[in-house]
Structure formats: C-alpha cells, structure tokens
Write a protein that binds this ligand. Sequence first.
Ligand code: ZN
Ligand code: ZN
Length: 560
Amino acid sequence: MSNAALRLDTYEQHTPQFSYRPRSPRNTGYHKLVADNYEELEGVWDSIYQRMYGYWRPHVLDVIYKYLDCGDPHLGFARVKCNDCNTEYLLPFSCKCRGFCPSCHQRRVVEFGEYLHDEVLEDVPHRQYVFTIPKRLRPYFMHNRKLLAKLSLCAWEVLSDYLKTSVSASVNDDNIKPAAAIAVQTFGELLNFNSHLHVIAADGCFNENGDFLLGISPNADDLTEPFANAVLKMLKKEKLINLAVINNMSTWQHSGFNVHCSSSVNFSDTEAIERLARYIVRAPISQERMKYIPEANSSDGEGKVIYEGKTTGRFETFSALDFLARLVTHIPNKYEQTVRYYGYYSNKSRGVRAKAEANDATVEISSESTNISSCSDHSATCPNQGDISVAQPQTPAQAEDLTIKIPISLSRKRFKKNWSRLIQKIYNVDPLKCPNCGGKMRIIAFIEEETVIRKILTHLNKWLPQYHDPPDHLGNYNMPASLNVDTIPSLNETLENTQLNMFSERTYEWWESNNKLNSSITCQNVKSYTHQKDITTYLTEDEYQHPFEDEFSQEVFYED
Ligand SMILES: [Zn+2]
Ligand SMILES: [Zn+2]
C-alpha cells in the first residue's frame, strides 16, 4: 500500500462539498475541555460538587474514557476504499456514548427519529407535550435517577386519562388505548439540572381492532393540576416530602408545574415527525454554542467555558470545572432507560401485534410452499432452489426456524439502519462517495489488531508513541502480540506494584482496553467483545445483552 492510496487527515484536501470527512474530535474545544479537566474534576468532586450533585458515579469516568478515545485511530478503524479509483481512507471507531459524546449522541438521535416514525408510531396525527416540575423538586430526581421512571409514569397516567375522556364522549368502550412515547430530559438551557418530560402522543385512542378514534383538541392547562397532584403524591409515597411541604407548595401563586402542548402533526409529514422525535432525545450540549478557554489562555489562570443558551441566547461564563460538573450530571446511568413507550405503543402491545402479523405471514408463506414443494429436483438447476430452505420446512425444528425468520424479512415497516445513510442525514454528505472520483466506496476491512494498527499508522506517520506506547521501563514486559486472559492478574499486579506511576492513567486505560484487559470484561466475554465490535461498536458483552432495554439506546450494527 502506498501513501498516495491511503490517507487519513489528508482526506480534507479533496472536495469536501460532496464527501464525508472523518471527524477529528481531538481538535474540538469540547474534547480539550474534557481532556484537560476530567482528572481534576474527579479529584475535587467530593469536596466541591458532591453536596450539589450527589456522589461521583464511576460510570461517568467510563463514559469520559470512552469519549476521549472516540474517533482515535490508534484504537482501530475501518478501511474505506473506492471501487473505481482505489482511493482509500481510514475511519476510526466510535464510542457510542449517549448524553456525552456529541457525535455519537447525534447519530443515535437521527436513528431514533427514523425508528420512532418507521417502527413505533401509527399513521395517525400526533403532537408533543412537555411536562415540567418546580425547581424545588428537581434535586430529588438528580440524586435518585430511578425516580425519573416514576415521573414519566405520572405524566402518562394523567395524559392517558385525559385522552380517553377526550374520545369517550362519542365511544362507549372501556378497552380503548391511548398511545405515547415519553422521553426524559434532565437538562435546562444552561445545562442546569432540570428534569422534565417530552411526550409524543397520538391525538386520540385505539380500540381493540386497532381502529383510531380521534379525540377533541387538547387544552394543556387541563393537565397541569392533575400532573402536579400525581407527582406530589408519588414523592410523598416515596417519603421524600410530607404533607406540610405539599400544603406549602399549594399556596404558591405559580406552582412551578407546567404542561405545554404543540400543534398536531400528520404522520405523512415524515420530516416533521422525525424532527420532533429527534428533538425529544437531543443532546444536552451543543458544541457550536460552547467556547472553551484553556488555563494557559485565561487571564486569571483558570480554565473557562462560555456557553450560550439555546432559546434566550443568554451567555454565561463558567469555570471549566463547574461546567464539566454540570455536564456529567446529564450522563444517564449504564442501563438507564431514557425513552418509554405506553398504551398502544407499549413494547407489549407492539409485540402482540408483531406476533399476529408474523402468524399471518407464516400462513401466506406456507401456502406458497405447497406449490414449490411440487418440485422434486433440488439440484442446482432447479429454479426454485433458492427458496427451498425457507419454503419447505420438513421437521418441527425447521418449521420453528421459519417463523423466526419471517417477521424480519416481512417487517411491516422495514426499518433499516444504515450508517452511511444516517451520516448523510446528519451532515448532508455521503461518506461512501469517493472524494476523488465520486465513485462508490465500501468498507473493505475492520482493523482491530494492535500490531496492524501500529504498522499502518506508523507507515502513515500518524502513530503517536508519546500517547500510545507502553513505557520502556517495563523491562521484561514487552507487550505480547496476543495476550492470554490468564496472564491478567500477574500483569496487573506488576503494573500496580512497580510501574503504574510511569504510565499516565490515560495510557494505561488505553493499553488495558486495547488488549481486552479491562477488568470488567471477563474471560468469557472477551470473545464476544471482539466479535461484536464494528465500525461504531465498542461494547462489552453486558451491554450487548441488553440491546432493547432502552429503544433509544439499543445497540445498532451499522453495515453496508
Ligand atoms: Zn474514486
Ligand atoms: Zn463517540
């Protein structure tokens, strides 16, 4: 391979208008802010921030480490090559962290928009509701994030009753179901902790046959008081507030509870629905509205962040540490659900409908298979050969297999996740269009082996040994080409006892993770970790086992 054929940063020398430039996250102010300050933040958390924001969550550090490595070619990359002119570039892996990595979060946001429109919502009018709570009550949700699920349920119960009533005047049916997706957001305009809910709900209810009954136009003010009562009751039940607090709050002129609803959007307006969906799961931080001033450039020697509020346009200046401290309060816990589906859109209801559809599909295919099975010649010349494996289940096991496969191939809405198409949606450019000749590019390999990564990057003069080589002082510990999991304890011990201080923590972390040595990865899941990792995947088996815990955070394997 020659330097001319294989480029990394030089990619932008080509016409960027119609091509995708692999991003350089390390050059952003946001990345610098995190890299410069996270260690100090962790160090001073207990003394400065714990009182305000609660205990330091170890998960925060995991996310920060992953984010700092996101897009780092030293950790692996895909090789993307043009079919026509052989131009090639390297695309580093992404961290997939939600709520913190702006780039990865944004990709999920776009994906969620499509998912909601294509897989969840029915072809009926919808609208957005926003449920907010008083400042006085927000800290409870910051210190106990599990309460956010209960907050979501409060909103659902109130809205559900309301929507049922809005159609029941014309219908006498106890089994009607409203339908909604509710997203929890924890951030306010200047990243203050402001737990609130964004709801996308159908403008009526579904009956048992799946027919939609349009409700009357909602008046959000009618929802405020029932919502306030539901939340106060819930917090009292949790023993967080008592009757005295409730009585006191009821004397306030403005309760601080608020429900807002926007105008109705037709399902056929795909762009509007997807925009709405993207909005309800958007990232807490906007890099465009943030300016980081590092210590060295700051007049008083303290790192600063100037941040502009989205709606008011108000600027606020923070110390870098204060800003980062605010920011990390919005990182969801590891398997924390941020979007929930209720009523006709609940996972259960959708599952029942999907199963019914699959059964219908099985009947159709089975009747087709009768025709095909009349062909007794299954040789390569048989025109039906390609269908036989699915069309002729002969044993119960094969029949079982058939019913599993069909729902995927006959999916009602055919939701298709596609990395290049999603990037196009975000940046309006096609990452798989050749910057040189405009031809179609494709991913030809995923490079994950440390030795190969090093070889390629060294060849390109992109290997940065100061960050990525284990120190020379390891003496006898030359890094083995492939590490046996059994060697972990002795290796770790040696590092801890003698050499750890020679590592920067970051280097150690990198070295650990790059060699699949992370202590959270057990022997058993090292294999899965390696296999599941693709261009946008950086998972442990634990994460892989919970792909549908949160539809918004579901793991997606982009492929082309
Ligand atoms: Zn080309
Ligand atoms: Zn990322």
